[in-house]
Design a protein around this ligand. Structure first.
Ligand SMILES: Nc1ncnc2c1ncn2[C@@H]1O[C@H](COP(=O)(O)OP(=O)(O)OP(=O)(O)O)[C@@H](O)[C@H]1O
Ligand SMILES: [Mg+2]
Length: 467
């Protein structure tokens, strides 16, 4: 896989990008806000100071105090508020309202670098204002308080100025710290991304390699299932899948081995009889006997290949069902009749019991008949001569039930669980062991159920179908 596409790169990049975004947001969004709120705070405190110290100076102005007294009052206010205080006189000329500094806490009256625009605004608005302007030593925060005389005219304005450079310095210090912390966080995010993603990718790779080994046919592979997270769950699912694949694989191998063995036996026997038949000195009686044997083996081969084909079609799901309205009672009677010739010479009796007529169901009559034939055939072949059997059909709990019961000695307990496996035979007669496997597959394909109950003297196979 290309390194850029790997999970590790993506996860590490994700960690990095998230940290970068967080640092970026703090830098771009938070710091400007911090700067403006610090500035506002400073102006507010300046305004508070101005409002507190201005009434004293205003009183001095009101009482026509001398220039020196005013200077003193202004300086005192400046000392207390830790700012520069300027007293400006307001004059109204033809060009409008103008302000002119008359006293300043620095002792200067000629102040070339400051315009005091805020003072003019405050005189015009007749209220305290805050703002700022740039002085020779950088930006200044200002608060302007109008001084009103008895007649209600604004005669003077007091301006309190304090440098904002400390705010700017603080903010740039914070910016710097954010940058350093951001770089550290980015470095840490890279390390954390690698620490988290490396074991994850390693585990994914382990699963991938395991799956590749299973795909190549190695069913001894085990997946690491000790983790409880999603990858652990995936590993458990893969492990279950591989166990099932291994079982399927061994079942398939067993099936092929048994099927080829089953096919080989009649073929060998055919070859043997053909060789014997080549003998020209054979008398007619023996020749007829051998030909009879050949016919039997050919019939067995034919039967076996049909059964194998049926079973493989059923397992592959390609066997097509043709459901139609069927009277299951009539069907059971017809199948039972097919066995009359076989039973005629023997002492066994077949009884048919139909529980009411008609017994209707929607099913594939050919396939139901096939199951019934397999069951009746077994009840005749696998029981001693003279065993009676009963074929019955009826309804139970809204389903149709067909049953074949015999009075034979029954199926051994240890064999009972295995009779539906392909090629399983009770070894008493030479069947291929495919009948019940096919019958059960057919029943399941028809959404039905094939069950067995067996005790000595009574064995019942029942097929239940949806009505
Ligand atoms: N009614 C029964 N009574 C006693 N044993 C039975 C009965 N039906 C089936 N079995 C046992 O179950 C085994 C499996 O039956 P199944 O029909 O699958 O194979 P088979 O009859 O041996 O061969 P096939 O039907 O393929 O020719 C039989 O070999 C037999 O031992
Ligand atoms: Mg059988």
């Amino acid at each position: 896989m290309r390194p850029l596409r790997s999970l590790r790169t993506k996860l590490t990049f994700l960690f990095f990008a998230m940290t970068l975004a967080a640092v970026g947001v703090i830098y771009v969004y938070v710091t400007p806000r911090l700067e403006s709120s610090l500035r506002e705070q400073k102006l507010e405190s300046l305004q508070g100071d101005a409002e507190r110290w201005s009434p004293g100076i205003a009183r001095a102005v009101e009482e026509n105090a001398s220039g020196r007294q005013l200077d003193r009052a202004v300086r005192r206010a400046a000392d207390r508020t830790n700012s520069r205080v300027t007293l400006l006189v307001v004059s109204r000329g033809t060009l409008g309202l103008k302000t002119l500094p008359v006293s300043d806490s620095t002792g200067e009256v000629e102040i070339p670098d400051l315009q005091f625009g805020l003072a003019t605004d405050s005189a015009r608005a007749r209220s305290t204002l805050t703002g700022g302007e740039s002085g020779s030593e950088g930006p200044l925060g200002q608060a302007a308080v109008p001084v009103v005389n008895r007649d209600g005219d604004v005669t003077h304005v007091l301006v309190y100025s304090a440098p904002l450079s400390d705010v700017t310095a603080n903010v740039s210090l914070i910016r710097e710290q954010i940058l350093i912390a951001g770089l550290l966080a980015l470095g840490l995010s890279l390390v954390a991304g690698l620490l988290v993603s490396t074991p994850l990718t390693r585990r994914v790779q382990e699963l991938e390699h395991g799956a590749e080994r299973v795909a190549a046919g190695d069913f001894t592979t085990r997946f690491p299932t000790q983790h409880l997270d999603e990858l652990g769950q995936l590993a458990r699912a893969l492990d279950d899948m591989q166990t099932q694949l291994a079982e399927l694989d061994s079942a398939r191998k067993r099936f092929i081995a048994t099927a080829s063995h089953e096919l080989r036996t009649p073929i060998f026997s055919l070859a043997g009889f053909l060789e014997l038949l080549e003998d020209e000195d054979l008398d007619d009686e023996t020749r007829r006997h051998f030909i009879g044997q050949v016919r039997e083996q050919v019939a067995r081969l034919g039967q076996l290949s049909t059964s194998l084909l049926d079973l493989s079609r059923l397992e592959a799901g390609s066997l097509e069902l043709r459901p139609e309205d069927t009277d299951v009672g009539v069907l059971a009677r017809a199948v039972a009749t097919e066995f009359e010739p076989a039973l005629q010479g023997s002492e066994s009796h077949l009884t048919l019991r139909l529980d009411g007529e008609p017994i209707e169901a929607v099913c594939d009559p050919e396939r139901v008949a096939q199951v019934l034939r397999i069951l009746i055939d077994n009840a005749i072949v696998h029981t001693p001569e003279g065993t009676d059997l009963v074929v019955s059909a009826g309804r139970r709990d809204g389903r149709v039930r067909l049953a074949v019961r015999d009075d034979g000695p029954g199926i051994r307990r240890d064999a009972l669980g295995r009779i539906f496996e392909p090629f399983f035979t009770g070894n008493d007669v030479s069947g291929s062991g495919l009948g019940l496997a096919i019958a059960r597959e057919l029943a399941e394909r028809m959404n039905g159920r094939l069950a067995v109950e067996s005790i000595p003297g009574r064995t019942t196979f029942s097929l239940e179908l949806p009505a």
